[in-house]
Design a protein around this ligand. Structure first.
Ligand code: SF4
Length: 204
C-alpha cells in the first residue's frame, strides 16, 4: 500500500516557503499586494489544483479562490464528494495579485515559478488540475486554449496525471447548463476526475 501521508519535514518546508513568499519582492507585484496568496485547502499527495493569480478578494484575505468563483469551485468539488478542507491542496501560478486582474506577465511568472515548483516538488501530487489558461501554459508547453484541452489527461511532473479544467470565473460568465455548454463540460470533467481518483486510491 502506498503511503500518502505528508511528512512533517515537508509541511515545515511548505511553511518556510510560505513565509518567504509573504516577504517576497522578486517582482513589482510584491509592492502592490495587500497579502500574498500561497495556498489553501489541505497539503496532500493526491489532489492539487493550480489556478492563475489572486483576484481582489484573494488579495484581501490571503486565501485562494474566495469570492464567487471560489464558492462555485467548492460546489463543483462538493458535487463529487471532494472538499478543500479534506481533499484538495490549492495554489496559484502567481502568488500576488496583478493590477486590475490582468494576465500575469512572463517575467512575473518566471520570478514566481520557484514557489510553485516547491509546492509541486514537495507534495508530488498524483493528480494536478490546471484551472484556466495561465495554469495550463505553465505546465504544458505549446498547449492550445483551454476549450481545446480541457477534460484531457496529460503527463505531469513526478508522474502526476494532469487535467486542464475551466476556471470557475469563466463558468460564472457562461451560465447555460445545456449539453455542450462550459458548465455541462465541467460536470463531465469533475466526474472523470473523481473516477480516476477513486481508481488510483482504491487501496489507500
Ligand atoms: S508575484 Fe511571486 S515573485 Fe512576484 S512578488 Fe509576489 S511572490 Fe514574489
Amino acid at each position: 500500500m502506498t503511503d500518502y501521508l505528508v511528512k512533517q519535514e515537508d509541511l515545515d518546508l511548505l511553511e518556510r516557503t510560505k513565509d518567504r513568499c509573504n516577504n517576497c519582492q522578486k517582482c513589482p507585484l510584491g509592492l502592490l499586494r495587500t497579502k500574498s496568496v500561497f495556498s489553501g485547502g489541505v497539503p496532500n499527495k493526491k489532489l492539487m489544483l493550480v489556478g492563475e493569480a489572486p483576484g481582489y478578494w484573494e488579495d484581501q484575505k490571503g486565501e485562494p479562490f474566495v469570492g464567487k468563483a471560489g464558492q462555485l469551485l467548492d460546489k463543483i468539488f462538493a458535487s463529487v464528494g471532494f472538499s478543500r478542507q479534506n481533499d484538495v491542496y490549492i495554489c496559484n501560478t502567481l502568488k500576488c495579485r496583478p493590477p486590475d486582474n490582468r494576465n500575469p506577465l512572463p517575467e512575473e511568472k518566471d520570478a514566481c515559478r520557484e514557489f510553485l515548483d516547491i509546492q509541486v516538488g514537495t507534495l508530488k501530487p498524483r493528480i494536478i488540475l490546471l484551472c484556466g489558461n495561465i495554469a495550463v501554459q505553465s505546465f504544458i508547453e505549446g498547449a492550445r486554449g483551454i476549450t481545446k484541452v480541457r477534460g484531457q489527461w496529460f503527463d505531469g511532473p513526478y508522474g502526476a496525471k494532469m487535467m486542464p479544467i475551466f476556471h470557475p470565473s469563466y463558468l460564472l460568465r457562461n451560465d447555460s447548463r445545456e449539453k455542450g455548454s462550459p458548465k455541462w463540460l465541467m460536470w463531465q470533467d469533475i466526474q472523470e476526475i473523481r473516477r480516476v481518483y477513486d481508481e488510483l486510491f482504491k487501496d489507500s
